[in-house]
Ligand binder design. Structure first.
Ligand SMILES: [Zn+2]
Length: 274
């Protein structure tokens, strides 16, 4: 599932081709991806609109238009892509939204499982959307104090709290597993019992890992592709995720796995993580 590094990569890849361009011909294959907007209203708002900016918020891509922000939430298998040539049949099969640009390139939101969602927000809608989300972990202005305050008030497992988008955004299952291993914290530990030292390590490691994953253009196991259609490379650097039963790279113990924390797979080293 695309988390912060994957969405950041897609946004960086499609941004140059979109900036300053107009959407000329907008086609939507399915309406079930729309939230709070109808197909006619979305197509009317996009057609002829000029792209002023393309950014990321949390795990979502945001296309800034004059009147609206068009928010693309990739969900499980969503991809933001740019094509400078006609799409092949296999490529157009899962293209949920296609928009031809003034330059002749084509912007595509592709989503195999169609769990992703598309939102069209006016200024007030954007403010409400933005307010409901926690701070950005890579914001240079985010302090360890604010990070800690956002997480430590909960008695839920630290892994669940780290993935709670109202407390801190962008971290999903892959990077929560990795950050907790790197910080030496047991993923099932209640957030309020993690020490201040533990939060300082978790803050540092979460930022380091997210940045390293962006530098590697994200993690690809199955469907995720960059905005140019290439797989990412961070799967080669993962320490625990998808390594259950293999040896801990730090101490040699066999890594454990559980689904008990949040129904998703948690992989951890019971010796290194306390
Ligand atoms: Zn270990």
């Amino acid at each position: 599932m695309p988390e912060l590094p994957e969405v950041e990569t897609m946004v960086r890849d499609v941004r140059p081709a979109l900036l300053g361009q107009r959407f000329l011909d907008v086609r939507l294959s399915h309406s079930d991806v729309l939230r709070g907007v109808t197909r006619p209203r979305l197509i009317k708002a996009l057609t002829g609109a000029t792209v002023r900016d393309v950014t990321r918020r949390a795990k979502h891509g945001v296309i800034h238009l004059d009147q609206h922000r068009f928010v693309l939430q990739p969900g499980m298998t969503g991809n933001l892509l740019i094509y400078h040539r006609p799409l092949e049949a296999a490529e157009s099969r899962y293209a949920v939204l296609r928009a031809r640009l003034g330059s002749g390139a084509e912007f595509v939101f592709r989503d195999i499982r169609r769990i992703g969602t598309l939102l069209l927000l006016d200024q007030r809608g954007w403010e409400a959307y933005d307010r409901a989300l926690g701070p950005e972990p890579l914001d240079p202005g985010l302090t360890v104090q604010r990070f800690t305050e956002g997480l430590q008030s909960s008695s839920s497992a630290i892994k669940k709290v780290l993935m709670d988008q109202r407390r801190i955004v962008g971290v999903g299952n892959i990077y929560a597993n990795e950050a907790l291993f790197a910080a030496g914290i047991d993923p099932s530990k209640p957030a309020r019992k993690v020490s201040l030292d533990g939060y300082a390590r978790l803050f540092r490691e979460t930022r380091r890992i997210l940045q390293a994953a962006i530098d590697s253009e994200g993690t690809t196991f199955r469907d995720y592709r960059t905005g140019t259609g290439q797989p990412g490379n961070f799967q080669l650097e993962l320490q625990v995720y998808e390594r259950q039963g293999e040896r801990c790279r730090r101490c040699g113990t066999r890594l454990s796995a559980t689904h008990d924390i949040d129904a998703r797979i948690t992989v951890f080293c019971h010796r290194c993580q306390k």
